[in-house]
Design a protein around this ligand. Structure first.
Ligand code: IDP
Ligand code: MG
Length: 143
């Protein structure tokens, strides 16, 4: 199991542009299985908890305000080498620096509103999936 899951969020600006469906299609076409998903709006408290690792960074307050500013789509994904492969699919943090054809390049607006989140390690993927989804909400790839 470890190494096979990652967590993504379609962030508020991308969600408001109604691109969640196109982004999910990119994800499943790249071989990721949708284990769990929901739309929701994070409270400021939840956003601060989720991004606690960044609490000392200069962009922290802006980031948590942005992430709680509107609806998001959050999803748990399964694939061999999920964390690394998903980071490759989404591209660099800044959409302006992300390669053509990556999700952040194609759907991102700016460094903050960069379309999607992706877990950065297997350890954090587990923590982040546990943050959003109980075991009974998870439906793994059949077979
Ligand atoms: P990542 O999302 O590529 O893993 P992180 O460094 O973990 O990048 O940053 C988390 C999020 O914080 C980014 O996705 C982006 O939305 C925002 N962010 C990162 N660096 C900056 C910055 O310098 N200014 C504003 N927002 C930033
Ligand atoms: Mg990160």
């Amino acid at each position: 199991m470890a190494g096979n899951i990652t967590l993504t969020m379609v962030k508020p600006v991308a969600y408001s542009k109604n691109t969640s469906g196109k982004i999910l299609a990119r994800i499943t076409e790249a071989g990721f299985w949708l284990v769990a998903a929901r739309t929701m709006q994070l409270s400021l408290v939840q956003a601060k908890k989720f991004y606690a690792v960044h609490k000392d960074r200069p962009f922290f307050n802006d980031l948590v305000e942005f992430m709680s500013s509107g609806p998001i789509l959050v999803a748990m994904l399964e694939k061999e080498n999920a964390v690394e492969d998903y980071r490759l699919l989404i591209g660099k943090t800044n959409p302006a620096e992300a390669a053509d054809g990556t999700i952040r390049h194609d759907f991102g607006t700016n460094l903050q509103a960069n379309a999607v989140h992706g877990s950065d390690s297997d350890e954090n993927a587990i923590i982040e999936c546990d943050f959003f989804f109980s075991k009974s909400e998870r439906f793994y790839r059949p077979g």
